[in-house]
Structure formats: C-alpha cells, structure tokens
Design a protein around this ligand. Sequence first.
Ligand SMILES: [Zn+2]
Length: 127
Amino acid sequence: MHEWSIVHSLLDEAERCARSRGAHAVHGLHVRLGALSGVEARLLETAYAIFRAGTICAGAWLEIEPVPARWACPLCRVELAPESGLCCARCDAIARLESGDEIVLARIEMEVADEPAPRGAGAGEVV
Ligand SMILES: [Zn+2]
C-alpha cells in the first residue's frame, strides 16, 4: 500500500528532525496533503496509527491538512478554475498544476530538553 511507505518516510523525517534538535518526545505532526497526491487521508491515518508504535512519534497526533488542487496558466499566470477545462480562456495554453500534488511534513511539535547537558557540554554537537 502506497500510504504505508509515505508514513514510513514521514516518521523517518520526524525522527531525524527531532534528533537533530535534541528533542526527547514528539507531540504531533502536521501534514499537508494535496488533493491530487494520490493519497487518501483516511488510509494515511490508519497506516500512521500502526507504524508510529515503537518510534519517537508513538504518542504523537497526526493532523492532516487537505490542500485543494490549484491550476494556473503558465503564460498569463492567472489562476484557472477546474471547470475551465484546464485551458486558459485568454491564450488557450494548457493549465499547469500550481499546488495539490504535494505531501509535506509542514510542522513537528516536539519537546526539547532545556536543561543543560549533565556532562561534556558541547560534545558531539556538530551541525
Ligand atoms: Zn493564458
């Protein structure tokens, strides 16, 4: 299932991000999901509920923000309604997809320890 591999890479990205900032817990993930991404939000939620177990996101919520498809004329730069037949009324150019096919991990809510490191201050913190 397509959604499973997407969840897998979302979790990977969240974990990498959390580690790089020294977070010890992730509270939630905010994902922008395009209407034309080919991914169903419901299936994504189901896959997430299964795969988050045992990861740093085990207790984290998943919020999915649907992103509608937006088309525009590549020449006039005007936005075109989907009902326009995806051709520009002014110049007849074929519309180009501006947004709506993305799957983006837009925000991660995490808890970062603000206590100073117990020993070896600054050790290993190479970014
Ligand atoms: Zn045009």
